[in-house]
Design a protein around this ligand. Structure first.
Ligand SMILES: Cc1cc2nc3c(=O)[nH]c(=O)nc-3n(C[C@H](O)[C@H](O)[C@H](O)COP(=O)(O)OP(=O)(O)OC[C@H]3O[C@@H](n4cnc5c(N)ncnc54)[C@H](O)[C@@H]3O)c2cc1C
Length: 337
């Protein structure tokens, strides 16, 4: 375990916000979690677990303790004719896990290629992209319970997954540290092609019977073209969730915009927030150091050295404009700290 005081977080969040943590603890082994109680008063002291910092927006210095995990082992724990149970520790880079499963032709997370961040953060918002979500393959989550100070595990069902949601954002919020996840992956995978322009891009490349590796590679290509690289332009991916609307609202929007895109998820109607922002006239809109990314307006970018407060102001302006235009409230997907 390593402990730092007055620690800069600028390189530890993908918005590159220049803030400091009063205390920063790097936990290098699972067993060290049991020693944390000697470092501070658990669970009453406010702490933050930081993964890759790709889904957080810091608005000020963090006046307490931040914990980051670096243990990152991967192990096969069981296997039969059809499935493999693969356990990955929380500090592993998510995309390294995707690459490893794809190389071994184990299906289930290949469409989640290039999502930044760590394995430990993946269950928090049930990461999803291109027709796959973590919940489709997640078998078990292990976590350190900060109140009872012991390791516990939750099944898929106990995680209460929903769209960018889980029990870890609700009743368990701030009461746990995820230490590992176990995935149940397919040995004979069937590629998921029915989302966005995956099938079209594959046929452009002349790939008629794609493997999961082909699908993963094409998604990498699409994402590279469409999304800003956080190393070059600060951002945290989609800033807002796609809103669910009722049928009446959808019909009202259709009166003015007959081509409004919508799709069903969890038996509810979802409208792409990117479309709402674009039709509100804010695609590529920039105010000072902050803007919406011209190729994907759902992504708010930090062009220069914006503060967290500037980004919040900008996000509020987007919410207000979309509300005035469509009477729909956009809810942030990013965790505002
Ligand atoms: C360019 C870009 C593209 C993106 N695309 C997608 C996408 O397609 N789909 C998608 O779902 N997301 C996407 N994201 C968002 C982000 O990558 C994911 O939410 C990712 O899972 C965050 O991982 P992280 O390790 O960076 O988490 P952090 O940002 O460090 O933390 C996020 C939250 O999880 C908590 N947390 C982190 N680790 C732990 C742990 N071990 N135990 C307990 N709590 C923990 C934090 O306290 C915080 O509340 C994108 C982000 C970027 C920058």
């Amino acid at each position: 375990m390593k402990l730092f005081e007055n620690f800069s977080l600028k390189d530890l969040n993908t918005f590159h916000i220049d803030v400091k943590a009063k205390r920063f603890i790097l936990v290098e082994k699972i067993d060290e979690l049991f020693d944390l109680k000697d470092s501070f008063d658990l669970p009453s002291e406010k702490i933050l677990i930081l993964g890759g910092g790709s889904n957080v927006l810091f608005t000020k210095d963090f006046d307490s303790t931040i914990i980051q995990l670096s243990f990152n082992q991967l192990s096969e724990i069981n296997s039969d004719k059809n499935f493999v149970l693969l356990k990955a520790e929380a500090g592993m880079v998510w995309d390294d896990l995707v690459k490893s499963t794809v190389e071994n032709n184990l299906g289930g997370i290949e469409n989640l290629a290039m999502i930044p961040g760590t394995v430990g953060a993946a269950p928090i918002q049930n990461i999803g992209a291109y027709g796959q979500e973590l919940k489709d393959t997640l078998y078990e989550v292990e976590f350190y319970d900060l109140t009872e100070r012991k390791i516990k595990s939750f099944s898929n069902e106990q995680c209460q997954f929903g769209y960018r949601d889980s029990v870890f954002k609700k009743s368990l919020k701030n009461k746990f540290i995820i230490t590992s996840i176990t995935l149940r992956l397919y040995k004979n995978p069937v590629p998921v092609l029915n989302y966005g322009n995956v099938a079209t891009e594959l046929s452009k490349e002349g790939i008629a019977n794609p493997t999961i590796k082909d699908v993963s590679n094409i998604i990498r290509k699409i994402r590279t073209e469409k999304l800003p690289d956080p190393q070059k332009i600060g951002n945290a991916g989609s800033f807002f969730k796609n809103p669910f609307v009722d049928e009446k609202t959808l019909l009202q929007i259709k009166n003015n915009f007959p081509d409004v895109p919508s799709f069903l998820q969890e038996n509810k109607i979802k409208i792409p927030a990117a479309w709402l922002i674009e039709k509100s006239g804010l695609k590529g809109f920039r105010k000072g150091n902050v803007g919406t990314y011209p190729k994907q307006p759902l992504v708010i970018v930090n062009y220069e050295d914006a503060t967290g407060a500037e980004i919040i102001d900008f996000a509020k302006f987007i919410q207000k404009t979309v509300l005035e235009t469509f009477n729909i409230e956009l809810e942030p997907e990013v965790n505002i700290i």
